[in-house]
Design a protein around this ligand. Structure first.
Ligand code: C5P
Length: 293
């Protein structure tokens, strides 16, 4: 028999809203969305191992500013799962978070960390709980948790929790750019001028770089105009991506991170080097999105 792995590292991918239409608002104030979402190979990393006592540590380029107490979504996820399964089934764990994604930046970093914690801890603790069960617990922590648990190309509706997988959706070469500014999601939603926009148009039958780019031209991120008034630096990030040859550039989520779409990974890597050269203080990452199963 194989010796059981004591420690395992989980990727917490960046979540990219390729398109995001705001289609309404619930009575509780949450907004109804219609969003095409992909996840990237670049992200945070979460190492989980059994320990004498619970521990949590954060390293990486964006470690500063990450709360270490139960204000952190990883700790909230651990505690929510423990409440569900009981203390006996959930012995102490040491969790190390490598924070590679900028904070409050529209790429779902905190939600993705919490999703990786739910997936990783459910596996380590050998809990009999499926994705729907984890999504139910995750939704109590944030609207983006269910999609981050799935981490495959999908359409998200409702408040972001009604998920439809996108069969046949290819991997895309992307460059992520953040001009070094944090954006408050509630502030952006509050600044919206319209909340009753139309749903996303139907996707093309054949999905490749060209058809996806053409389809994206017919869609929007409805949060982008509001976010750009809150944080004008977003416009600079979009301009830098366009100047570096992106086939398409847009803000993700509530910003400020923007993505550029490129035809190949090599072109994306060259563009990332160019943008980094011009803007040494910015976060810039060339990556690929994960394809559908
Ligand atoms: O669910 P989460 O805590 O990540 O959301 C942060 C904030 O973003 C919410 O408090 C709400 O103001 C806003 N939000 C929204 N509609 C959504 C998702 C988030 O208005 N679908």
């Amino acid at each position: 028999m194989e010796p059981e792995a004591k420690s395992r590292t989980w990727l917490a991918p960046a979540k990219i809203n390729l398109a995001l239409h705001v289609t309404g608002r619930r009575v509780d104030g949450y907004h109804l969305l219609d969003s095409l979402v992909v996840f990237t190979r670049f992200g945070d990393r979460l190492q989980i191992e059994p320990a004498e006592a619970d521990a949590f540590a954060v390293s990486g380029p964006f470690a500063a500013g990450v709360p270490l107490d139960d204000g952190n979504l990883v700790i909230k996820a651990r505690d929510a799962l423990r409440r569900e399964a009981g203390a006996r089934a959930t012995p102490p764990v040491a969790i190390r978070l490598e924070k590679n994604l900028p904070i409050a930046s529209g790429v779902g970093g905190g939600s993705s960390d919490a999703a990786a914690a739910l997936n990783g801890l459910a596996r380590l603790w050998k809990l009999d709980i499926d994705e729907a069960g984890l999504a139910r617990i995750g939704l109590t922590l944030g609207a983006d948790l269910p999609m981050c648990l799935r981490a495959k190309p999908l359409i998200a509706r409702g408040i972001g929790d009604e998920l439809s997988p996108l069969a046949g959706f290819p991997a895309l070469a992307l460059v992520l750019v953040n001009p070094g500014v944090a954006v408050s999601t509630p502030e952006v939603f509050k600044a919206l001028s319209r909340r009753d926009n139309e749903a996303l148009p139907p996707l093309p039958g054949r999905l490749d770089f060209h058809t996806i780019r053409n389809w994206l031209e017919t869609t929007r991120n409805d949060l982008e105009p509001a976010a750009r008034t809150v944080q004008p630096g977003i416009g600079d990030a979009l301009k830098a991506l366009e100047k570096a040859g992106a086939g398409f550039a847009r803000m993700s989520g509530s910003g400020a991170t923007c993505f550029g779409l490129f035809e190949t990974g090599n072109v994306a890597k060259r563009a990332a080097i160019e943008i980094r050269g011009r803007h040494p203080g910015w976060f810039v990452a060339a990556t690929r999105s994960m394809e559908a199963d």
